[in-house]
Write a new protein. Structure first.
Length: 196
């Protein structure tokens, strides 16, 4: 029943974004130190995403957010989402230095924050940063870890949709949130889709 309810939360995860849009990706999953012995990755290999799932997000400053589970953080996974949900006319995209964002300046104004150089806010313009979307990832991870402990990759998008719904309607009173969800609860979910 909870999965059927969560399927309805997707109504807030297809917003058209414009203005200043922060783009970033995060990984949901356990820490290496908490992994079972046979799943631990030696430190010499650096950071590992063996048990983690990538999530790509776009946050309009002062507006709404969209977030999606993606197969990887390559350009072919990230750019189609940006092109689909972010308006191209006069939109400023701010991202980190990840190579998958290269080429966005053909369609958008694109500013980069170089985290590899310990840059988190532009020294030339303090409004150029990705702090808002990075803060939202902290809320998502806390909700997954604090409420659910573990979420399988198969169902993660439903939990991300729930997070986006709550995040986008954070200034709306609970009664209105509930009414809005009921008005858009005509989402059909088949049992076979849930267990497949």
């Amino acid at each position: 029943m909870l999965q059927r309810i969560r399927a309805c939360f997707g109504i807030e995860n297809s917003n058209e974004l414009e203005g200043v849009v922060e783009c970033d990706e995060t990984f949901i999953g356990g820490k290496n130190k908490n992994r079972h012995k046979d799943k631990k990755v030696p430190q010499s290999q650096g950071r590992s995403y063996k048990d983690k799932v990538p999530v790509m997000g776009m946050l309009q400053r002062g507006g709404k957010m969209n977030a999606f589970v993606v197969d990887n953080t390559k350009s072919e996974s990230i750019k189609p989402l940006i092109y689909r949900f972010v308006k191209q006319d006069n939109t400023l995209i701010i991202s980190d230095e990840w190579w998958a964002y290269k080429g966005l300046d053909k369609y958008y104004h694109h500013n980069i924050i170089d985290h590899s150089k310990k840059e988190y806010v532009s020294l030339q313009d303090s409004s150029i940063h990705t702090n808002n979307i990075e803060g939202s990832w902290r809320i998502l991870k806390n909700s997954v870890n604090g409420m659910y402990n573990h979420v399988s990759k198969k169902h993660l998008q439903k939990y991300v949709d729930e997070f986006v719904y709550r995040f986008n309607l954070r200034k709306v009173i609970d009664q209105e949130k509930f009414r809005y969800l009921l008005q858009h609860s005509d989402v059909r979910t088949k049992y076979q889709e849930l267990v497949r």
